[in-house]
Design a protein around this ligand. Structure first.
Ligand code: SF4
Length: 303
């Protein structure tokens, strides 16, 4: 027999391990001295032991449930905070600790609003019951939700707060909004351009005005763009003009031919590209080139 058992100091663990032995020793021990019936003595002596075991199991179950709850909370990437009715932080998960970079004891017992402010989370908008927060230092966005609760049995009330990062969703939404605005702007520009071209075509067909042209603010002075110094070029020193329609220009140090002969190389020139960088101006310049050719053919026919 163990020395402690002999002295009567039997620990709970030992009690469990030596249940059979204890039963026997009880049976053969006190009941003989007190004169009570053997069965009744054994039952009375075992009651505290059973109670200890039950309590021990209960504590163990509570501890397991607590750990399960903590682990579950810690697995969630959103910040979760439990506050009492005064807004004092009673519990929180690992995400809060990681975001704040503070120790458990430095967060516990704080007012949750103070914690938000201290960590530079600024409330920007409130919509549909949630608050949008912006963290300027990291340019991240979050969404805060509060779920009030009350437990009359435990006489406890408070809030469960969740803070979810929404940066990615927000960025996608911003990009989509920018694209939508750009598409809307382009749609208006296209509508305007088509309207201008329709109006020009009406002038040609109804008023027989072949001098009409689509106005393009991006036409430049080719000799400035190309740093040309050849004064013999017909475009040199002139106002901004459609040099690709001018015959005999001195592009690249070589005398060029007519519009039809040089259009291919002109369409790859930076002067032309700059003038038609906007697709709508490109449509306009196609109209202008068409009018130029029609005028030329008209002129040749008359001759
Ligand atoms: S190559 Fe054509 S577009 Fe370029 S500068 Fe000469 S004429 Fe103008």
């Amino acid at each position: 027999m163990h020395a402690e058992q002999r002295r009567g100091f039997i620990t709970t663990t030992n009690m469990r391990n030596n249940k059979k032995q204890r039963t026997l020793s009880s049976f053969h021990g006190n009941h003989r001295k007190s004169g009570e019936k053997p069965g009744s003595v054994a039952r009375n002596r075992h009651e505290p032991v059973h109670k200890n075991d039950t309590l021990s199991n209960l504590f163990k179950q509570v501890e397991i449930a607590k750990k399960e709850c903590e682990k579950t909370m810690d697995c969630v990437s959103d910040m979760i905070i439990l506050t009492d009715s005064e807004g004092i932080i009673k519990r929180f998960n690992r995400a809060v600790k990681e975001f704040t970079g503070k120790d458990y004891q430095d967060i516990l017992g704080k007012n949750w609003e103070d914690m938000i402010i201290e960590n530079e989370l600024e409330a920007v908008t409130i919509h549909a019951g949630c608050t949008e927060l912006h963290h300027k230092p990291s340019r991240r966005w979050f969404e805060l939700n509060a779920y009030p609760f009350e437990d009359s049995e435990l006489d406890f009330s408070g809030n469960v707060m969740t803070i979810r990062e929404t940066t990615e969703v927000k960025n996608i939404a911003n990009t989509l909004e920018k694209s939508r605005k750009r598409a809307e702007k382009d749609r208006k520009k296209l509508k305007n351009t088509l309207s201008r071209i329709c109006s020009l075509m009406e002038s040609v067909t109804q008023e027989q005005d072949s001098a009409v042209r689509f106005s393009n603010p991006n036409i430049g002075k080719c000799y400035e763009v190309k740093h040309c110094r050849d004064k013999k070029c017909p475009c040199y020193g002139q106002e901004a003009m459609r040099c690709w329609q001018v015959a005999g220009t001195f592009c690249g140090g070589k005398v060029q031919g007519t519009f039809a002969q040089k259009y291919q190389s002109c369409s790859e020139c930076e002067v032309y590209k700059k003038a038609t960088s906007d697709p709508l101006d490109q449509i306009g310049e196609h109209f202008n080139n068409m009018m130029y050719i029609l005028n030329l053919q008209n002129y040749e026919t008359q001759e």
